[in-house]
Design a protein around this ligand. Structure first.
Ligand code: ADP
Ligand code: MG
Length: 687
């Protein structure tokens, strides 16, 4: 039974609207609006231990009281200096209410509670809660106060009072949804756990609660993880309702393709290709994620997968997030498949008019067996004749809705197989929580003969030396990239920066042939420059991060990245992966603007010390969090209430197991569990 929040005292239309912004409509939603932290008023913190941003209780003796007249108008504020014998800090009152001045007398002992900020005179607290005390006055009994995520206009006190009205209401339905066998996990029922988390008992284990290790919290964190896993798995079931074409192993194309190559596949490429082949033999859609470090050879694995479908008469689509990457694939696949008699179509957003119509017609009639392109492939006007396999490169740039759209492009009553490839490794925690609906294969080996890359970080002040180095290196026939990054996600500004650098270096290094490529150029212009660089007709390529993925020029051995401190580790690793592909020793220069933040120092040194994409990805997760790594498209999935992935990852495997069991044996409870924790996530019907 649902009970509207309007039934609570103190909730009229206005408050109800504010609550709705937090997705709280029903009183039980209020119970699942969980604290993001706690205030601890049971402990006095020494001023020397205070951290900016912390809400803390301090105690000290008033040293001075200074009324401050506001610049205009008559209102005054009050600045109070207090000292705990070791340090001093400021209490700032913007409103001098009656009685305040009487309390604030030099020599009085005060307790003040509030959020610590850095002010002009050092640490300060603005309008703290204050209490005049005598020396050694007892502290209140140990009790933490919840701090809730909130919205403008809705105070913590209000939220607390609303939760307080609901928490003890027995009419509020709180059904246990987890199977009985997993609930006793630690002895807390759902109601007990919620009560403890919202209003910790006086005797609560403060430390455990503050660090979210309290059994009541773990009980809820686990339930939330199960709900998320159930949601991912139900998506998987949904993707697999319709059958896919089960095809036999390629007898002709795959061996021919391998025979043409100047190299042998690595053991890892063979192993992953076998895993894919086994999936493709089933009449259930494959849902597989292939992870591999930069340069591990994912493209060949994708091509081998395509062979099985193509040989059985099905179409294969390959989608890439940028035109440059899609073009690289188009060139590679044309090179590999045209000699084998396979027709390839190209579909990109900028393609218009007749060329587009012809491409779409070839896709619709089946004249083109292999279709390569960008987002354009998702459009309604693109109808396939007999689509059997979709390969998505660099999955994190796409959303789940796009994978769902491609599912609809299969032949009547069928779904295509899905092969999803990442550009860089993703930490295991994130794989399980974002791609939990996919099986995973890892290419954990690089092709032989790769040269090592030496990475150095240099401050912007040494730019001249870097230019001299390019001049010398390129003079000896080596090739180099210079990547300009101004502001992430702003291709326009980046393009301007690249143009300026191009002008500058062209003038200063007249003996070098220099090219420019950025995302705002026409696609044939881009392609011409890329081809010229690939053919070694250019020494130096000035680029934006458009060259981040897929670009493969083995002779390039020097990579300069400007403003490296602004980019994420995985992105830097990806850019660095453009060199070290040939036989010459390679260098990567990370140029930064000083001073570097602590985090910046740690990031650049991680990159200097490791070239292992998996190690780097874990570090990136630690330093920047999941949202930054996966991009906004995927983070919608990570709207956790209590869960924090790095902290709670040890619970994931078990949560996944329970979720699978629940979906199978308790579909109704699973559904309710997902509604409880993920009210706004899409639901996938199972029929
Ligand atoms: P990524 O995994 O980053 O997509 P690519 O598929 O682009 O890597 O492969 C990187 C380079 O390695 C390409 O030039 C490719 O031809 C080459 N390559 C792939 N597999 C092998 C192999 N087994 N032996 C040698 N070179 C390989
Ligand atoms: Mg690739």
């Amino acid at each position: 039974m649902s009970i509207s929040v309007q039934t609570l005292s103190g909730v009229g239309d206005q408050v109800a609207q504010l609550l709705a912004r937090l997705s709280i409509h029903d009183v039980s939603d209020l119970l699942f609006h969980l604290p993001r932290g706690y205030e601890d008023r049971s402990r006095i913190v020494a001023m020397s231990e205070l951290k900016v941003g912390q809400s803390a209780l301090i105690e000290g003796v008033v040293q001075s009281v200074e009324p401050l007249s506001a610049a205009r108008g008559s209102r005054t504020s009050l600045l109070v200096q207090i000292s705990d014998g070791e340090r001093r800090m400021t209490l700032r009152f913007f409103q001098v209410y009656p009685g305040l001045k009487e309390k604030m007398q030099v020599g009085r002992l005060l307790r003040a509670f509030g959020e610590v900020r850095m002010g002009a005179r050092g640490l300060e607290i603005s309008h703290p809660d204050i209490q005049v005390v005598s020396v050694g006055a007892p502290l209140p009994p140990s009790r933490l106060t919840a701090i809730y995520p909130t919205t403008e206009g809705l105070s913590q006190t209000k939220l607390r009072s609303l939760v307080d009205q609901v928490i003890n209401k027995s009419q509020v339905e709180l059904t246990e949804l987890l199977p009985v066998s997993v609930i006793p996990h630690n002895g807390y029922s759902l109601r007990q756990a919620l009560r403890e988390v919202h209003q910790p008992a006086n005797v609560a284990d403060t430390e455990a609660l503050m660090s979210y290790r309290h059994p009541a919290q773990i009980r809820l964190i686990f339930e939330e993880l199960v709900a998320h896993q159930a949601s991912l798995l139900s998506r998987r079931y949904y993707m697999q309702i319709k059958p896919a074409p089960g095809v036999a192993q390629s007898q002709i194309l795959a061996p021919q393709l391998l025979a043409q190559l100047p190299f042998k596949p690595t053991r890892a490429q063979i192993r992953v290709s076998d895993e894919i082949r086994q999936d493709l033999q089933q009449s259930k859609p494959m849902l597989r994620l292939v992870q591999g470090d930069v340069g591990s050879g994912k493209t060949l694995v994708a091509a081998l997968a395509a062979c099985h479908l193509l040989e059985a008469g099905w179409q294969v689509a390959l989608v890439a997030p940028t035109e440059i990457l899609a073009e690289q694939h188009f060139i590679n696949f044309s090179h590999w498949f045209e000699p084998l008699g396979i027709q390839i179509a190209w579909l990109a957003g900028k393609q218009k008019g007749k060329a587009r119509l012809i491409a779409e017609a070839d896709v619709a009639t089946g004249a083109a067996q292999l279709v390569i392109g960008t987002h354009a492939l998702f459009q309604d006007s693109v109808q396939f004749y007999k689509l059997g396999l979709v390969i998505i490169d660099e999955q994190h740039r796409f959303g789940v809705d796009q994978r769902l759209a491609l599912r609809e492009k299969g032949a009547a009553g069928m779904s295509p197989h899905q092969l999803v490839m990442t550009a860089t490794p993703i930490p295991r925690t994130l794989t399980m929580s974002v791609y939990g609906d996919l099986d995973t294969s890892v290419i954990d080996e690089l092709p032989p003969g790769r040269t090592s890359i030496t990475t150095v970080a240099v401050p912007f002040e040494r730019r001249e030396e870097v230019i001299a180095r390019i001049s010398a290196n390129c003079g000896q026939g080596k090739q180099a990239y210079w990547v300009c990054t101004l502001v992430e996600e702003s291709e326009t500004l980046d393009a301007k920066a690249a143009e300026a650098t191009y002008e500058e270096l062209s003038t200063r290094l007249p003996h070098l042939k220099i090219g420019l490529v950025h995302g705002r150029m026409k696609s044939d212009e881009k392609q011409q420059v890329m081809q010229a660089f690939k053919k070694n007709e250019l020494h130096l390529l000035i680029a934006t991060t458009v060259i981040e993925v897929g670009v493969d020029v083995p002779n390039a051995s020097l990579m300069i990245i400007e403003n490296a401190e602004r980019l994420g580790l995985s992105q830097l690793h990806q850019l660095r992966g453009r060199v070290g592909r040939g036989s010459t020793a390679s260098f990567c220069v990370l140029m930064y603007k000083s001073p570097l933040s602590e985090n910046g120092v740690e990031r650049l040194s991680t990159l200097r010390n490791s070239t292992d994409g998996f190690v780097i990805a874990e570090k990136d997760l630690e330093l920047r969090g999941p949202g930054e790594i996966l991009g906004t498209r995927q983070t919608g999935l990570l709207g956790f209430r209590l869960v924090q992935l790095q902290r709670d990852q040890h619970l994931l495997p078990e949560a996944q197991k329970i979720a699978a069991k629940m979906l199978k044996h308790h579909p109704i409870e699973s559904e309710k569990l997902m509604t409880r924790w993920l009210p706004s996530a899409p639901r996938y019907a199972r029929v």
